[in-house]
Write a protein that binds this ligand. Structure first.
Ligand code: HEM
Length: 403
């Protein structure tokens, strides 16, 4: 597959009738009848990028205008802020067109999602941080993209920027004029467009990518990452027996639907229900998970960053918890060391901790304080980053990782 062009692979795949198998090298067969557009068509999202944004960023990069844009963006942080001044006219026009919620956004659902995020915050820090964050390292394209882009060399600040996104998304006023999320999403969308222009110029990335003429971060890739975040988290909360009303579940999905729209994903790819999301995830994410040298390195760095603070548990415990969240197949791929004693404690103690927290069991487990300290430690790790002076704004890259 390494040396076949993507276009040729798609043509060959279609000719061989390779539908129903989710692999970016094969034809896509997820019908948009399960999407919010509810049209019954089959379009390959791995062949859709961001036509409204990509040429603009290519121009800004080629003309050396991105550093000045990043400076102008420093004062553009809240959804209700005036548009940044002193930026190229084409970018102002782009922001005017994109700095708003889609017509189908439902503020009542977004408010409900915000309250839900608040109530779930402890679980969310753990699941996004130790679950989704590490899962991203076994999504081969994402791992290679992140590793070989500029930020791959400075993972601490990159992780902090990614946290900015999650923090802004989960804030109670995320989508309101005082919130930050619409602006943060737009900066992220512009960053992705920059990466699409930059990464194909990286000889390191070209040497490892699965397709020589591939452009990174397609709509298909973004959907997969969404499943490693929203769909994964929703599934875990359900399987742990966390109390969630149907309206809360729907609201949490709606928040992600709006988030995907803001990242430039087309409505005919965005799942309309959790059932459709699960189906798309099983179809598109699960078969693609695999180890890469880049992903193994990134996982080690990310887990090392979380070990820098005292979570009240050993490194072995922390890595076993990642295994517990993601499964041993992923743990083995990432070469996470085993700690069977910690695993035994987690398998018994975590469900008991959740049951006590959720009020479904009146018995305080003996390991309650261990898990409580752990979960609070993870939360503080992220919160310190999000609320202190180290809050890291998202900036558009101008180069790739050097080597
Ligand atoms: C940058 C979020 C999907 C690759 C970013 C940033 C955020 C973000 C917040 C800016 C912070 C930073 O520079 O690290 C998301 C979300 C996604 C998504 C929420 C989907 C729901 C993807 C996918 C890929 C990708 C699918 C690749 C296959 C990158 C790269 C950067 C980036 C390479 C630039 C890092 C750099 O500056 O070097 N993303 N992303 N992202 N993202 Fe994404």
């Amino acid at each position: 597959m390494q040396n076949l062009s993507r276009r040729r692979v798609l043509t060959v795949g279609a000719a061989l009738g390779l539908v129903g198998v989710a692999d970016p090298s094969k034809a896509w067969a997820w019908s948009s009848s399960g999407s919010i557009a509810a049209t019954d068509t089959v379009t390959d999202p791995w062949g859709v990028w961001d036509d409204a944004t990509d040429p603009l960023l290519a121009d800004l990069l080629e003309n050396g205008q991105v550093p000045a844009v990043n400076t102008a963006f420093e004062k553009w942080v809240r959804n209700g802020d005036p548009l940044p001044s002193g930026i190229p006219a084409a970018l102002t026009t782009w922001i005017q067109a994109h700095n708003r919620l889609p017509s189908w956004a439902d503020q009542t659902k977004l408010d409900r999602a915000a309250q839900f995020n608040k109530r779930m915050s402890m679980y969310l820090f753990l699941l996004y941080g130790l679950g989704s964050g590490i899962m991203s390292t076994v999504i081969p394209r994402e791992a290679r993209n992140v590793y070989w882009s500029e930020g791959g060399a400075v993972m601490k600040s990159r992780a902090a920027k990614t946290f900015t996104y999650g923090y802004d998304l989960s804030a109670v006023d995320a989508f309101k004029p005082t919130g930050h999320f619409v602006v943060t999403s737009n900066k992220t969308r512009l960053t992705h467009a920059a990466v699409r222009h930059l990464l194909p110029q990286s000889s390191h990335w070209r040497a490892v990518t699965d397709d020589q003429d591939f452009i990174p971060i397609s709509n298909g890739d973004i959907l997969i990452t969404f499943h490693s975040l929203g769909t994964f988290v929703h599934g875990k909360l359900k399987s742990w027996g966390i109390r969630m009303s149907a309206a809360e579940e729907e609201a949490f999905l709606h928040m992600w639907q709006v988030a995907l729209h803001l990242l430039g994903v087309r409505d005919d790819f965005i799942p309309a229900t959790w059932a459709a999301a699960r189906q798309q995830s099983q179809y598109a994410l699960t078969p693609l998970l695999a180890p890469t040298p880049e992903g193994i390195d990134l996982a080690d760095i990310l887990l090392g960053l979380t070990s820098q603070v005292d979570l009240g548990v050993t490194r072995g415990f922390q890595r076993e918890f990642a295994r517990y969240l993601l499964g041993d197949r992923v743990g083995d791929w990432l070469r996470l060391p085993r700690d069977y004693a910690s695993r035994a404690i987690i398998e018994v103690g975590w469900p008991a901790y959740v049951a006590f927290r959720e009020g479904t069991s009146g018995i305080i487990p003996t390991t309650y304080s261990l898990f409580d300290q752990f979960i609070r430690g993870v939360a503080m790790l992220f919160l310190n980053n999000g609320t202190s002076a180290t809050y890291t704004p998202i900036t558009i890259p101008t180069a790739n990782r050097a080597g």
